[in-house]
Design a protein around this ligand. Structure first.
Ligand code: GLA
Length: 394
């Protein structure tokens, strides 16, 4: 069986620090910026609803330090590529990877925060396109690091918002706030329930010795993910517009009840109706899932994850065959409490809540089904829940 462990090992941040020392002849600040999982609450964040993510062991690491002058030197260790630019002339790069970092610098400059030249070596083990938010880890991790090295005094929530704006404006994906929020606010062994309107949050311990969070990675990444993402946002907005005729106080799908939606069903384009119906139900599922956690009922929690997948596949239509095959195979394994696609969709990972003794069977069945359907191997990662972005040294 394939190993389910983290292949990077603890040596990676030290290797990045060594590369920094070799390239820039100085001692860096070393920062760890985690990926995330989301237990339930998908496509609800930009509808001002609820999400339940957690920061995980897979991470991007930064070795960063100031440099005299106004030049910025970036080095992507995993790609073995470098990029340099001057703070005076920020422009998107054709190489694409620098844009996640330049976007952060752009936001700091626009906010009038005094940063100078700097050098940055980064790399990590969050699989790109896996739906574990490597982009948020890069953006929020750099914002956190620059805040430190230039003593900008930005509070954690300001870093979250700045990183989100960098993605919205420079990368061009209208992502919600979930990924950056959990990146900064994650806590070990806990999931975080976030109210994406008020930004109130609450931690729930999420640990039981006999349960594991297993991710199955389709390794499919489709460009559709970002174009369809923006389409879904537009469809949600269309639903809000229609319903706000009846309730002018209504601002987002967060404010919509199933009763209101049903009462006006006939006025909806059927596709828009299904999109809105999914979001309204998913918000409810997050609340119910948190009640399950309070009462320690992980079996009920898992069933809500299954319900979430049904809605994402049939009504929100952001799943794909690869994800569905993995979810179907997982849900058929005794000891798998819940399985669903995770993140924006159209590829990436499924998330599975699994009894430890069933992990091997899950991996075997999911791999068998995936091989039969696509002639390829999925990957598996067992996630442990870790803290949000933090300084490793000095
Ligand atoms: C992506 C976005 C998040 C969120 C999820 C779907 O990860 O970055 O803001 O919308 O998709 O839940």
């Amino acid at each position: 069986m394939r190993p389910s462990t983290n292949p990077a090992g603890p040596g990676r941040p030290q290797r990045l620090a060594d590369t920094y020392r070799e390239l820039f002849r100085a001692e860096p600040l070393l920062v760890r910026s985690p990926g995330r999982v989301n237990l339930i609450g998908e496509h609800t964040d930009y509808n001002e609803g609820f999400v339940l993510p957690a920061a995980v062991d897979k991470a991007i690491y930064f070795a960063v330090g100031p440099r005299p002058g106004s030049k910025v030197a970036l080095h992507a260790a995993d790609l073995e590529q470098s990029h340099e630019f001057d703070l005076a002339g920020l422009a998107p790069s054709d190489k694409r990877w620098p844009n996640y970092l330049i976007g952060v610098v752009d936001q700091l400059r626009k906010g009038g925060h005094p940063i100078g030249g700097f050098a940055c070596v980064y790399g990590g083990d969050i699989p790109i396109g896996s739906g574990m938010s490597s982009s948020a880890a890069i953006e929020a991790g750099l914002a956190f690091s620059l805040n430190r090295i230039f003593g900008l005094g930005l509070d954690p929530l300001a870093l979250v918002k700045l990183a989100q704006k960098a993605e919205n404006e420079f990368v061009g994906v209208r992502c919600g706030i979930m990924d950056m929020f959990i990146n900064i606010f994650g806590r070990p062994k806990s999931v975080l329930k976030l109210d994406c309107r008020s930004l109130d949050y609450q931690y729930f311990p999420f640990e039981r010795a006999d349960l594991r969070i297993v991710l199955c990675d389709t390794q499919v990444k489709r460009e559709l993910a970002s174009s369809e993402y923006n389409v879904r946002r537009g469809q949600c907005e269309a639903g809000v517009k229609l319903l706000s005729k009846y309730d002018p106080a209504l601002r987002s799908l967060r404010d919509v009840s199933r009763e209101l939606l049903e009462a006006h069903r006939a006025e909806f384009d059927p596709v828009i109706f299904r999109r809105c119906d999914y979001v309204v139900r998913e918000n409810r599922r997050v609340e119910d899932a948190c009640a399950d956690l309070k009462s320690g009922d992980f079996a009920a929690f898992g069933r809500r994850m299954n319900g979430s997948h049904d809605g994402l596949r049939d009504d929100y239509e952001v799943s794909c065959r690869e994800l569905d095959v993995l979810v179907d195979a997982a849900q058929a394994v005794p000891g798998v409490l819940g399985a669903r696609m995770m993140g924006a969709g159209f590829g990436g990972c499924t998330i599975n809540l699994v009894e430890e003794k069933a992990v091997g069977t899950l991996e075997e069945s999911a791999a068998r089904a995936f091989r039969a359907a696509f002639g390829q191997e999925p990957k598996f990662y067992i996630s442990s829940l870790k803290s949000g972005t933090e300084v490793l040294s000095p």
